[in-house]
Design a protein around this ligand. Structure first.
Ligand SMILES: [Zn+2]
Length: 432
């Protein structure tokens, strides 16, 4: 009873706060749609403290204008709001997946607010609370066996990293080749993504080349089935990375994922929460994981190989590629990507120096010095986010492995999902 009185006190206090006084923006929570409305405002308000935290917005313009016009709401107030919304989930009804999703998203928002308040949270806990991911980075001897495989595939003299760089040199693209290469990759992935999903005829991707970013490429979703994709040209481009880029960022990755959710969840079902995208939350863990598995799904390995051999490499003047070796190395290097899972631990929990991290990435991820510096920069800025690409992907790979992967992939894009929810489906054999 005492607790209920306290809760009521909080509600009254909130109702009396000047930033919540605007009736059209604050609704007492009676339904899950009310939670959604308040959740959107909460995300926009957190973004005031950490610009860029919310990745896109295509909701009602007046909500955003309102939040931009108001005083910044103190972090403690925002935390109280997150906690209230979380508690309200016990009182409302709704689609079970949507309720699950809100629980995890709100927990993540609260954790982001704790971090903004200066709280130090160990990386493993951050992965769980922010991203809904249970993380166990690979042991060094697991990485050693992946390195041995690459060593076997690249016989010769000199250190392995140099042999790899020598092999990669045959795929280096000149800057003037980039537009053509990216357009070709977008075209073939678009065509196959249209076969996979019913994409609207007016969907559109704009491609831009930029510099001085910590990421390699970024999809700035604009709403109305439209994406602006930026490619960072700080590092030299490789012809064998372009297809994966196009699939990850656009077809059937981020662009396809976001426009499908916009259409099916936001517009058709009225799930307002999809008009915002807070970065360090389970929805983005799943967005990266979907983009990663989509890359593996959009073409069969045979189709991918044939397109590179017959269309892409000849158009770019790349000749004499040992295709078997390339496919095997591509696979081994993907496995080695897990080496990066150790980096957030080294940086944030263990206090390793930049030089130690760079030496580690050169040795275990076989990155060039420039590549290692870029990876370090990304990890400093994005922290636990790096787990989404590998740990998130593994969950979806396991989910798609039983049954028709293409049908199940479409289901993933039309259902609110978090990593633990998909784990639950795998465990119980349930379907969305
Ligand atoms: Zn991505």
């Amino acid at each position: 009873m005492k607790r209920r009185i306290v809760a009521l006190g909080v509600l009254l206090a909130l109702a009396a706060s000047p930033w919540l006084a605007a009736g059209e923006l604050w609704h007492p929570v009676a339904t899950l749609d009310d939670v959604a409305r308040n959740y959107v405002l909460l995300v926009l308000r957190i973004d005031r403290h950490l610009p860029g935290f919310n990745d896109y917005y295509y909701g009602p313009p007046e909500w955003k204008q309102r939040v931009e016009a108001e005083e910044k709401i103190p972090l403690a107030e925002l935390r109280r709001e997150a906690t209230e919304l979380l508690a309200s989930l016990d009182r409302v009804r709704g689609q079970p997946e949507r309720l699950w999703w809100f629980r995890k998203q709100l927990l993540a928002l609260d954790t982001n607010l704790r971090k903004l308040g200066g709280e130090q949270i160990p990386i493993r806990e951050q992965a769980l609370l922010l991203l809904d991911l249970e993380v166990t980075p690979p042991a060094l001897d697991e990485l050693d066996s992946a390195l041995e495989e690459i060593d076997r595939l690249l016989p010769g003299e000199g250190p392995l990293r140099q042999r790899l760089q020598a092999w990669q040199a045959q795929f280096a693209l000149r800057e003037d080749q980039l537009p053509q290469a990216y357009e070709m990759a977008l075209e073939v992935t678009r065509e196959h993504a249209h076969e996979l999903l019913l994409l609207p005829a007016d969907e559109e991707v704009d491609l831009h080349f930029v510099q001085n970013q910590s990421w390699g490429a970024y999809n700035w979703f604009q709403g109305n089935a439209h994406s602006r994709i930026e490619v960072n040209t700080d590092l030299p481009a490789s012809a064998v990375a372009i297809f994966d880029f196009a699939a990850h960022e656009a077809y059937p990755g981020h662009h396809t994922d976001l426009l499908t959710r916009e259409q099916r969840l936001y517009r058709e079902r009225g799930y307002l929460e999809w008009c915002v995208s807070p970065l360090f939350t389970p929805m983005n863990a799943m967005a990266e994981a979907v983009a990663q598995v989509g890359t593996e799904l959009v073409l069969t390995p045979e189709e991918k190989l044939a397109w590179h051999r017959d269309v892409f490499f000849p158009a770019l003047g790349i000749e004499g590629v040992d295709l078997e070796q390339w496919l095997a190395l591509d696979h081994a290097l993907e496995t080695l990507r897990r080496a990066r899972e150790r980096v957030p631990f080294m940086l944030f929990d263990e206090g390793k120096s930049d030089e130690e991290v760079i030496a580690y990435l050169e040795r275990y991820a076989l990155l060039s010095e420039a590549g290692a510096r870029k990876a370090l920069e990304f990890n400093r800025e994005w922290g636990a986010y790096t787990f989404n690409y590998t740990v998130g992907r593994e969950i979806l790979r396991r989910y798609l492995a039983s049954g028709n992967a293409r049908t199940k992939f479409v289901q993933l894009l039309t259902t609110p999902i978090t990593p633990s929810l998909v784990e639950e489906w795998i465990r119980t054999g349930a379907e969305p």
